[in-house]
Write a protein that binds this ligand. Structure first.
Ligand SMILES: N[C@@H](CCC(=O)N[C@@H](CS)C(=O)NCC(=O)O)C(=O)O
Length: 210
């Protein structure tokens, strides 16, 4: 297997963590997004959306979309289980993962595309008011998560799942690249962050350097 990656990007990191949890060997291919390699005709053949991650299977087929890639990997390599074992758990973990994906990630995305790093690239029209609103939304969401982690060890309950991978990659990207670090007073959120960050799969190799 080959994973087309960009080390600073949060979506490929989801898959790197997932692969590490499963203990799988794979080749890592860096796609230099700073040079626009993800929009090259050759890469667009692998993923017409021009985004990383992309997984190339040994038979030459390609999969994109981080969670779709993880679902494929879970189907082929079921242990350790990260998506749910019985009907309720499958639904519950899916629900918690989708909540992180649909409620938090897009808000961080708005702050990112309207923030200083993307502004320098000159590829998106900047809307500072949009960032003001999304910054507030992200910080409010951190407060909500802090309350949830008062009663729940992990995002989907008592064990580490795909939903934790979706959240840790979002928060680490937000705090290191978007200037949205959760406030120190959110001790339940930071307790969860330390717990998840202590896993080998979520270590320095896959974590943002800052
Ligand atoms: N929903 C996709 C999002 C992939 C994505 O947006 N990847 C970013 C890097 S983290 C990217 O390649 N962005 C380039 C672009 O949007 O043009 C997934 O989960 O894989």
């Amino acid at each position: 297997m080959k994973l087309y990656d960009y080390s600073a990007a949060p979506n490929p990191r989801k898959v790197r963590i997932f692969l590490a949890e499963k203990g799988l060997d794979y080749d890592l291919v860096q796609v230099d997004m700073a040079k626009g390699e993800h929009k090259s005709p050759e890469f667009l053949k692998k993923n017409p959306s021009g985004k990383v991650p992309v997984l190339e299977l040994d038979d030459g087929r390609f999969l994109s979309e981080s969670i779709a890639i993880c679902r494929y990997l879970e189907a082929v390599y079921p242990e350790p289980n990260l998506f749910g074992k019985d009907a309720y758990e499958l639904g519950h973990i899916e629900m918690r993962n989708r909540v992180m994906e649909t409620e938090l990630w897009p808000q961080i995305g708005v702050s990112w595309v309207n923030g200083p790093i993307v502004a320098k690239m000159g590829i998106y029209k900047q809307i500072p008011e949009a960032k003001e609103v999304s910054d507030v939304n992200v910080n409010n969401y951190y407060e909500r998560l802090d309350k949830e982690f008062a009663h729940s060890e992990y995002v989907a309950g008592v064990r580490f799942t795909i939903a934790d991978i979706t959240l840790i990659t979002a928060i680490d990207f937000a705090r290191t690249s978007v200037g949205l670090k959760p406030d120190e007073s959110l001790t339940n959120l930071w307790r969860w962050h330390a717990l998840v960050s202590s896993r080998d799969s979520v270590d320095e190799i896959t974590a943002p350097k800052k």
